[in-house]
Design a protein around this ligand. Sequence first.
Ligand code: PDD
Length: 277
Amino acid sequence: AYSLWNDQIVEEGSITVSPEDRGYQFGDGIYEVVKVYNGQMFTAQEHIDRFYASAEKIRLVIPYTKDVLHKLLHDLIEANKLDNGHVYFQITRGTVSRNHVFPDASVPAVLTGNVKVGERSIENFQNGVKATFVEDIRWLRCDIKSLNLLGAVLAKQEASEKGCYEAILHRGDTVTECSSANVYGIKGGKLYTHPANNFILNGITRQIILKCATEIGLPVIEEAMTKGDLLKMDEVIVSSVSSEVTPVIDVDGHAIGTGAVGEWTRKLQEAFEAKLP
Ligand code: PDD
């Protein structure tokens, strides 16, 4: 397999990352995941824009232009002959003797990336999945796609051990998002989801779903739900690059709506599918 290492496409095994890389020691960096359909990246520009926005929020300088990064990701996909799956890339604040304070500007950031083969989870899209509530113990800048994922890892592990696909996170009574996805409720012909602020990652898939909703005549209300609200929704869905529009039919043993995948969810899935390459 080939990987991205700074501005080169290299054999995966030839990469050397120092134990003093700030990503390794502090999680001091950011990342993105872009879905690849039939060899083509989907919404690459939106992901690249968010990558640069995350970098700016942590004052990390990416030493390449967006166009150069786009070309590198394209080359990485070609080198691996990837048809369906995703490309992962991250950048850290570089390698320097451990010190919380930023290194000086001469220390170069470290960019790495790789691809993963994977087919779409059609069965989940068709039949829906189970989820569980988990307290959201993450930090207060969830709008940044940071490498620090311990809060997400612990929540997802808890969900997995309960036989659930996702952890629906809540701060007190307020539902925010999932460990690695956004969450929505549909009730009375309206779509509810948490507003895009510091408590959630504004998913690229989320932005597409909100467009799809408007297109199919499903009004969007960007207001947080409580846990009680969510359980009373007619339909619940989660979304991410890999989850696309995944229906949730059960939360902690409570059936959502009729316990079967709803009509609006099906319409959103169709509208979403129509946008894929
Ligand atoms: N996760 N919220 C969180 C906390 C996420 O980690 C993600 C994505 C999303 C959905 O964003 P998008 O639609 O842009 O994928 C929302 C990625 C896929 C991951 O960590 O693997």
